[in-house]
Write a protein of this length. Structure first.
Length: 69
């Protein structure tokens, strides 16, 4: 399984948030009742992923003042 980029993960979290805000917190498939993730947790994850996606878009994490090995 390939590792997803931060941007892709951010899009997935935002899709989940939109679904929950649209009233799809819980849903039923056949006789199974399913519940989506906690909205507060998704907001926190979105905030973190946004920072990481911005770093990813800028070319990664940069180190300043580090001694090369």
């Amino acid at each position: 399984m390939a590792i997803k980029s931060y941007t892709t993960q951010l899009e997935e979290v935002q899709t989940a948030i939109t679904a929950i805000e649209g009233g799809a917190q819980e849903y039923q498939i056949g006789d199974r009742m399913l519940k989506r993730g906690d909205l507060r947790t998704l907001y926190e994850r979105e905030k973190w992923l946004r920072k990481m996606a911005d770093r990813e878009d800028a070319g990664g994490i940069r180190l300043f003042g580090a001694t090369p090995s």
